[in-house]
Ligand binder design. Sequence first.
Ligand SMILES: [Zn+2]
Length: 260
Amino acid sequence: MFVDSHVNLHGEKFSDDLSAVRSRAAEAKVSAMLNICCNIKDMPSVLDVVSQGENIWASVGTHPHDAKENPEITAADILAYTDHPKVIGIGETGLDFHYNFSDRKAQLHNLMAHIDAVRESGLPLIIHTRNADEDMEEILTREMKKDPFKALLHCYTSGERLARVAAELGCYFSMSGIITFKNAHDVREIASWIPENRIMIETDCPYLAPVPHRGRRCEPSMVPLVAEKLAEIRGWTIEEAAQKTTNAFYNFFDKAVRSS
Ligand SMILES: [Zn+2]
């Protein structure tokens, strides 16, 4: 059984065939998934999708791309959703200085508000970081020293140095279909050594379909292909990859109850 730790199923890309997508995921032995909120304004539709089934959970937060739409966000705005039984994590938040769809000030303010909400709620944090290695290293090091919390660097594609620092700080990592891409040598290298009990897998669907589906709409049924590649990189069997990544998910998102 696999867990897809990062899906975006509430968007229009899945509005026509969500139940078929969910059946294919079940057929592919994807036993659980986490539907990620990318803009706190979308929480009603995020919760609507997760209320339709078992073993699908939600996060609450605002992606750095959308930080500009929530420049004044506070921890209280996020905490308004954290008591919901289906909400098991906070994010995704973080820094994206590759696209810079939001200015740095809004991104930094959003990230700090999410960290405040994490400390207050005890829920873990889902971090997106791209082209922001130095700032992310500085913030994680400073904030973990001040008052540590659980953090996941999702769809990891950043540098080796940030990975080493984050691993040392106890962070978790999640690998997406990118590890199947031909030129992603650097990401595979990092996937080969990060702590084995702190790795999850994800599709980040509808984006980043793994090979051989690259370029098509991605969906949760493709997450076993990520597990297969991770198994190959680590020298694990597919069963070991499934078990380790599933255990990491439930250890990290400990509000999620594993069904037997
Ligand atoms: Zn992301």
